[in-house]
Design a protein around this ligand. Structure first.
Ligand code: NAD
Length: 290
């Protein structure tokens, strides 16, 4: 397939490389980063879109996506697919998709779960929103860049699935960390706590697969001095998107709201920026009850 790829950062570059490696013709553009191996450099976003059957975007946020889409849409051939894999607000995803469809294109939003390692290994999970026709056309590309793709419904539903998942993840990580900090103060050994909780009703992905306590459970960023993994900054971004969406549809999400406030303090007022999101554990340990 002829593919345009705009946004070749930490995630976009390895995704574009994987597509090129499997024989797709990939033309890439990024404002700041050079094209990775196997990807032909375009001079602009519109240049990357020219003659492409699918244009993939992997950009920082919804404002940038909306701006880039204004360049891409007029340059794309009728019937081509605009596939946004960035994590953006639901409203921007739906607005860009409807503009693309009005211009005779197909559109899908397909944010990913999995970080830089999964992007490089081609093991991302895609949660997609958009028409059946758009999903069917890009499904073979999901198979190259990822291990699983779920079609979640119409445009914006991929972003909805992503922020709901990550709201659960943020809330659960905080719950797991505060429980470890409480266990410490009660004199309960962390390994014993893991042995009980990981096989009891308090079990979760954050406890069982990504344990925030160093030396306990499978290897995780906690064992590497909380180098990310999944950075607290990105968790804050996703939590804020969840709260923006909740406000827009008048949904009551008190735990999501509390998690957003905690990660905001951690990243913006304390020392959480650049650390893994599981570094909430040492944060709780170092604090007293307020
Ligand atoms: P990044 O900042 O490394 O990459 C974004 C790229 O977009 C940069 O290289 C930047 O130069 C480029 N860019 C910005 N404006 C542009 C424009 N107008 N035209 C062309 N290029 C432009 O970010 P990333 O870590 O690759 O993340 C990309 C998206 O994936 C984000 O929405 C993020 O939330 C999401 N995501 C990231 C991770 C992760 O672990 N990094 C995991 C899941 C989802």
């Amino acid at each position: 397939m002829k593919i345009g790829f705009v946004g070749l950062g930490n995630m976009g570059a390895p995704m574009a490389m994987n597509l090129a490696k499997t024989g797709h013709s990939v033309v890439g553009f990024d404002l700041a980063t050079p094209c990775p191996e196997g990807v032909t450099a375009a001079t602009s976003a519109a240049d990357a879109a020219n003659e492409a059957e699918v244009v993939i975007t992997m950009l920082p946020n919804g404002t940038i996506l909306r701006a880039v889409a204004q360049e891409l849409i007029p340059a794309m051939a009728s019937g081509a697919v605009l596939l946004d894999c960035s994590t953006v607000d639901v409203e921007s995803a739906r607005a860009v998709a409807s503009q693309a469809e009005e211009a005779g294109l197909l559109a899908a939003d397909a944010p990913v779960s999995g970080g830089i390692g999964a992007a490089a290994a081609g093991t991302l999970t895609f949660m997609a929103g958009g028409s059946e026709a758009a999903f069917t056309k890009v499904e073979p590309l999901f198979d190259v860049m990822g291990q699983k793709a779920v079609h979640c419904g119409p445009s914006g539903n991929g972003q909805a699935a992503k922020i709901c998942n990550n709201m659960i993840l943020g809330v659960t990580m905080i719950g797991t960390c505060e429980a470890f900090a409480l266990a410490d103060k009660l004199g309960l050994d962390r390994q014993k706590m893991f042995d009980v909780v990981s096989t009891s009703s308090g079990y979760s992905w954050t406890m069982n697969a990504y344990c925030p306590a160093p030396g306990v459970g499978p290897t995780s960023p906690a064992d590497n001095d909380y180098q990310p993994g999944f950075a607290a900054d990105l968790m804050l971004k996703d939590l804020r998107l969840s709260q923006q969406a909740a406000k827009g549809v008048d949904a009551d999400t008190p735990m999501g709201q509390a998690a957003t406030a905690l990660y905001a303090s951690f990243v913006e007022e304390e020392d959480g920026a650049g650390k893994d999101f599981s570094a909430m554990l040492p944060r709780f340990v170092s604090r007293r009850r307020t």
